[in-house]
Design a binder for this molecule. Structure first.
Ligand SMILES: *Cc1c(COP(=O)(O)O)cnc(C)c1O
Length: 452
């Protein structure tokens, strides 16, 4: 290619795409392979990919590639297209907004779309206290800003993050993230005053929630000191770390301790938010009300948008001009978010996440019963995972997770892995997927496991 044009065929995505798994070539097909060869020559190799196709359309529960293959989507672009890819209401909102204005910078001349997203977030996030929101572009940026706000509010510097935590790829969020490869290795030095506490990981630590919380709190008090601590940040369910659901009582004990000690409790719901877990926010499952909550991924049906939402008295600590950014709360992304949020609230998507969760749990538990290499099945709603182990020792089996995922992809099912040990396959289907397609995807996974 010598000019900036595309070879992509004209095709419309969204739910009207045939909802079927259809392989017309091997994966990758020849046209995908050609584009992936161009990728290898033109794109920095640090930006890796797991499914070797060139996408041309997506919607409902499928992703279509440039060779005409239709793959079952069990990943939602990492929990982003929860509402459904190219959701018609999101597409219409984006088109309407784009035709009026694409940008002014909210810090130059504000607009209603941003304000309406902030109002929706203030209304929908847990707790009926007075709240404020600020909008950004990415999850990492939201996390960075939540920490800025907590520091300004408390006048303290230290931040506690947890084992298996993932918070992004910027400097501060790399520091907050637990896993070295691929996120941190060689990219230091990292931001100072970040400390790591032990998590509750029921499958591996055997502790009750209160016991695990006591262990974390003791470490925090002895190694950092509450007086130095601005914030605790934690994903209610660890995402990249392996879909680890903490034992009952773990999160409430941490929130209670934070409140008693004037420490800001930040729930990073970038992956768990927006109906994904069968509640609008995962915090609701654990009965906690975070002081601040960070959101992104599912918020805007695929458009880049992120937010920090929280207690007015904490959010008000940042001085005028201290928060923001050129693109933060872009009007097109806000219009998409308003359409997506309307769908989450009015189209039964929370119920749908629970239905999908019930199917996933039943099918994955059946796998566990018949195959000792499936050590654990866990998650909530449409955020479920299996952890693969050596049956004799319970040691993590990353090779098996990788082999199953690769075989599933080759058979036309987009399957993502995760986990500190790389031995977890996670299921994050779009809530627009149908039962039949979901079952077919799980049949393919089961067969890939049987043959691995
Ligand atoms: C994905 C993710 C982030 C980072 O979001 P980006 O938009 O990729 O910067 C932060 N926290 C959690 C829990 C995530 O899953």
């Amino acid at each position: 290619m010598t000019d900036a044009t595309l070879t992509t065929p004209a095709i419309t995505g969204g739910p009207s795409l045939p909802q079927e798994r259809r392989l017309v070539t091997s994966i990758p097909g020849p046209r995908s392979a050609e584009i992936l060869a161009r990728k290898a020559a033109a794109v920095a190799p640090g930006v890796a990919h797991s499914v070797p196709i060139a996408t041309v359309a997506a919607g409902g529960g499928v992703i279509v590639d440039i060779d005409g293959n239709s793959l079952i989507d069990l990943g939602s672009g990492i929990a982003v297209t929860t509402v459904g890819n190219a959701h018609p209401a999101v597409v219409a909102a984006v088109a309407e907004q784009t035709a009026r204005f694409t940008h002014t910078c909210f810090m130059v001349s504000p607009y209603e779309e941003y304000v309406a997203v902030a109002e929706a977030l203030n209304r929908l996030t847990p707790g009926d206290h007075e709240k404020r929101s600020a909008l950004f572009n990415t999850g990492a940026e939201a996390v960075e800003n939540a920490v800025k706000i907590a520091r300004k509010h408390t006048g303290r510097q230290a931040v506690v993050a947890f084992e298996h935590g993932y918070h992004g790829r910027t400097n501060l969020t790399m520091a907050l993230t637990a896993k070295s490869m691929p996120y941190k290795s060689g990219f230091g030095p990292f931001a100072p005053e970040v400390y790591r506490a032990p998590l509750s990981y029921p499958f591996r630590d055997g502790l009750s929630g209160p016991e695990a919380a006591k262990r974390a709190i003791t470490l925090i008090e002895k190694q950092i000191g509450a007086d130095n601590l601005a914030a605790i940040i934690i994903e209610p369910i660890q995402g990249e770390g392996g879909f680890i659901v903490p034992a009952d009582g773990f999160l409430p004990a941490l929130v209670e301790w934070a409140r008693t000690n004037g420490v800001v409790f930040i729930a990073d719901e970038v992956q768990t938010g927006f109906a994904r877990t069968g509640a609008m926010f995962a915090s609701e499952h654990f009965g906690i009300v975070p002081d601040l909550i960070t959101t992104a991924k599912g918020i805007a049906g695929g458009m880049p948008l992120a937010a920090v939402t929280g207690r007015a008295e904490i959010m008000d600590a940042a001085h005028a001009g201290g928060l923001g950014g050129t693109y933060g709360g872009n009007p097109v992304a806000c219009a998409a978010a308003l359409a997506a949020i309307h769908a989450y609230e009015n189209d039964g998507l929370i119920e749908r996440a629970n239905e999908i969760g019930a199917i996933l749990r039943e099918r994955l538990t059946a796998l566990q019963v018949s195959d000792a290499r499936v050590g654990d099945v866990r998650g909530l709603g449409a955020m479920m995972a299996v952890e693969f182990v050596d049956p004799a020792t319970s040691e993590p089996d990353a090779a098996l997770a990788g082999a199953v995922a690769r075989a599933a992809i080759a058979a036309g099912v987009v399957t993502l892995t995760c986990g500190t040990y790389g031995n977890v396959i996670r299921f994050l289907p779009p809530l627009a997927i149908g039962d039949e397609l979901l079952h077919e995807g799980l049949d393919v996974i089961a067969q890939a496991l049987a043959e691995a």
